[in-house]
Design a protein around this ligand. Sequence first.
Ligand code: AVJ
Length: 310
Amino acid sequence: MTRAQLETDLRDGLWSSPPSLPPRWFYDERGSRLFDQITALPEYYPTRAEHEILQARSPEIIAITGARGVDELGAGTSAKTRVLLDALTAGGRRAVYAPLDISSEVLLETAAQLRSEYPTLTVEPAVADFLHLPPLVGEPGERLLLFLGGTIGNFTDAERDDFLAMVSQALAPGDHFLVGADLVKDPTRLTAAYDDAAGVTAQFDLNLIDVINRTVPVTGLHREDFAHEAVWDERASHIEMRLRAVRDVDADFTGIGRRWRLAKGEYLRTEISRKFRLEELHAELATHGLAPDGGWTDEAEDFSLTLARA
Ligand code: AVJ
């Protein structure tokens, strides 16, 4: 992720109302480590819930899809994907797995590990963001595209629509798309999941200020000037993470020649995390020619996996 890309996002986001930045800038090395810590927090249920579903359903998912080529968007360390890779390669079956991520370091490490763990798996890592899919691995009709973890919730409605159009374009008839989505639930649990007692999510959110300072030339932007917040927006059906200014901020972005002011009490929106009702999500998928072909939740019905056929 380069200075020029961040400067574009800063230019597009900081002077809009409310000021906001896309969540991809969270995930430098420290941010990725903090996110891994988040997934183990008592309040953060999505990762455990999704793992529970994958544990129970992976053989079924592989059977329904007949997949031999699997692409995973935002694969990270592929931790949760291993259950699925077990089912994919069961009985010494040959298959291809392409983890896609924006962070090439993590990708290459993961790929090396997977190759030694799964001798019948061909691993083809590729650097890709959510807006550009490389050609998918496998033969048409035998391909499975994974988008796990609930990251589809980070898109605005318009972005999600564009994203699903791209997915639908990339898939041939008989290919499948498996998407993890977090579900609407008690707001108290939702806000706790994004503002944990140990303060790990606050560190994750504030790390964004460090990433900006390291990536672009700027003066007057200090992490001590911000406080993390998580707010549930019922109407939008999303959690918003915000960095609220605890004193006046006056930052000079010398690289783009602009000054950014945020008065004490105003905030920067750093992430939205949409929580779905399954009917809505299925309807959206259908709009893009992706017909739900299987759907599961964990026992507590906190999180969902939907398998859609192109
Ligand atoms: C990785 C996008 C699924 O939205 O729940 C976790 C990111 N942000 N805690 C989410 C996140 C704060 C996470 N996703």
